[in-house]
Every structure is written in structure tokens, then in C-alpha cells.
Design a binder for this molecule. Structure first.
Ligand SMILES: Cc1cc2nc3c(=O)[nH]c(=O)nc-3n(C[C@H](O)[C@H](O)[C@H](O)COP(=O)(O)OP(=O)(O)OC[C@H]3O[C@@H](n4cnc5c(N)ncnc54)[C@H](O)[C@@H]3O)c2cc1C
Length: 263
């Protein structure tokens, strides 16, 4: 299969090229180039300056959409302030994939097992999207919990508040590296407010609203929290695990991670 790879040097050019030729954006290519049904036209984001960064801005940390998981893994700021996202980055795939795979690609892949998305949902992150309207650049920022990517929109950055007191991410896979999660989970705490997100246990990564509310009221009410999370997930049997396995892992993980973030 032959690809045409377009290599724009600005976001404007990337957007207009993709509108003209169709196809898909290409970042690290670890998903796009692995798809069995190939896409002919790929619009590379890799030569656009300013898409790869990790910066503290006021009470937020901003991460460029083109930042690789290796860069996230090596960030002391992330490890200290946003532990769940650092752990998700540290455990994603293996070193070769982390060298090229980007956070924008992880979000853009819309996978139910996208590890960083689970962490970002628990951390209540927002996503800054770039588009063009009437020939002019246009940006909107949306909470990742409500994210629906519009046609051709580019994930320019992820914005996360640093007021998080504690956060943790864990995944269970069939082996320690290069494994799709059987279940992944992140729990974050800001004051008494607890937020729980789960991946690989529904068609999308799920922010568990009811479970989060129960733990925010009483972080020791594990019976009610476990009952709630089992209502909020909808796992299917797949080659990574059975429904029963996923439900058991999910309930046990919740108890462990909620205990780890509690004050
Ligand atoms: C062997 C292997 C192991 C893996 N292990 C894991 C794992 O443990 N955990 C995990 O979560 N994932 C894993 N993955 C999946 C993949 O590596 C990640 O999802 C990765 O983050 C994708 O990033 P990328 O830059 O390679 O995206 P690409 O493949 O370049 O793109 C993926 C999708 O996102 C879109 N896209 C990319 N960048 C943007 C942007 N800035 N704005 C809008 N759309 C964009 C593309 O058009 C495409 O639809 C694995 C993949 C492989 C091949």
C-alpha cells in the first residue's frame, strides 16, 4: 500500500490540507500505520513547531498535543504534580512506542483502552482544539469528559489544573509491557472531591460520576462505591479478558486506588 504523506509546517496548513485531501492526521503513527484498512492520505503533524511541550502556566500544566510519552515519562514536574498521568505515560507500551507515540494521538485514537485518557479524565483535564472557521484560525477548550472531536479538529494542547492533592493510575494487563489493559483506572483527589475514571471496561473510557460522588461524600463507603462502579461500566468479553474478570479487577482496583489517594 502506498501512502501520500503531506508535511505542513503550520496548524493552518495542516487543517486546510486535510480538508482538501481528506485522510487522517499522522503523529507518531503507532495507531494510524497499524490499521489494517489503510488510509492513503496522511497529514503529518510532526513538523509543526510548538506542538511538543510541557509547561507550567499559572495554576495549570499545559502539554502540547505532539508531546511523546517518553517526554512525559521524563518530566519531573508531571511526576510530582500529576502522578496519575505520569504513571500512565511510564507504563504505556514499551520504550520504542513511547519514543514516538503522542498524547494527542492517544486522545485522537478514541480507544477505550487509551491509558492517558483515563488519567486525564480523573484529573478533570481540558483539551484545546484548533480549527479554521471562515478561513481564520479558531480555538475552543473543552473538558475531556465531554470531548467529541469535530471534523478536522487538531488537539493542540491538554490543560490540567495543578490543584490536585493526590492522584494514581494503574493498569492490569496480561503482561508487564506492550499489553492492552484488561482494565485501567485512575483516581484523583482535590480536597474531599474524589474522581474516578476507568478504561477497557466499556466502549469508551468512562468517567464514573456516581462512584466519584459516593467517594467524595464518604471515601470509606466502599460497598456503595463498588456497587456504583459496577453499574457504570459495561465490559464485554474480548481477547484480553472476560466480563467477570474485568468486573472483579475493577472492584478490587477501586478499593486499592481510593485508599491510596485518601487523605
Ligand atoms: C505495540 C503497541 C503497544 C501499545 N500499547 C499501548 C498502551 O499500553 N496504552 C495505550 O494507551 N496505547 C497503546 N498503544 C496505542 C498507541 O501507541 C497510542 O494510542 C499512542 O498514543 C498513539 O499516538 P500516535 O502519536 O502514534 O498516534 P497516531 O497513530 O499518529 O494517530 C492516532 C489517531 O489520532 C489522530 N491524531 C493524532 N494526533 C492528533 C492531534 N494532535 N489532533 C487530532 N488528532 C490526532 C490520528 O489522526 C489518528 O486517528 C500501543 C500501540 C502499539 C502499536
Amino acid at each position: 500500500m502506498k501512502y501520500s504523506i503531506h508535511v505542513p509546517s503550520t496548524l493552518e496548513e495542516a487543517f486546510t490540507t486535510r480538508s482538501r485531501v481528506g485522510g487522517q492526521y499522522l503523529a507518531g503513527g503507532t495507531v494510524v500505520l497499524a490499521i489494517k484498512k489503510p488510509v492513503c492520505d496522511l497529514v503529518s503533524l510532526s513538523r509543526i513547531p510548538g506542538l511538543s511541550f510541557i509547561e507550567r502556566k499559572g495554576d495549570c500544566i499545559e502539554i502540547g498535543g505532539g508531546t511523546t510519552f517518553d517526554e512525559l515519562d521524563r518530566s519531573a514536574l508531571l511526576k510530582e504534580r500529576l502522578t496519575a498521568l505520569w504513571q500512565a505515560s511510564h507504563e504505556l507500551a514499551g520504550p520504542q512506542i513511547r519514543n514516538v507515540a503522542t498524547i494527542g494521538g492517544n486522545i485522537g485514537s478514541m480507544s477505550p483502552s487509551a491509558d492517558s485518557v483515563t488519567a486525564l479524565m480523573a484529573l478533570d483535564a481540558s483539551v484545546r482544539l484548533f480549527t479554521m472557521e471562515g478561513g481564520k484560525p479558531c480555538r475552543r477548550t473543552v473538558p475531556i469528559r465531554e470531548l467529541r472531536l469535530g471534523e478536522g479538529e487538531i488537539i493542540e494542547a491538554v490543560v490540567i489544573r495543578t490543584n490536585v492533592d493526590s492522584s494514581v493510575f494503574e493498569k492490569v494487563g496480561k503482561r508487564n509491557a506492550m499489553a492492552v489493559s484488561v482494565v485501567n483506572m485512575a483516581v484523583a483527589r482535590v480536597g474531599k472531591k474524589v474522581s474516578v475514571a476507568v478504561g477497557s471496561a466499556a466502549p469508551n473510557v468512562v468517567f464514573c460520576r456516581r462512584t466519584s460522588e459516593i467517594l467524595s461524600k464518604d471515601c470509606t463507603d466502599m460497598m456503595a462505591a463498588k456497587a456504583a462502579i459496577l453499574e457504570e461500566i459495561s465490559p464485554k468479553d474480548d481477547r484480553w479478558g472476560t466480563v467477570e474478570q474485568k468486573r472483579i479487577v475493577c472492584a478490587n482496583m477501586l478499593e486499592k486506588l481510593a485508599g491510596e489517594v485518601s487523605a
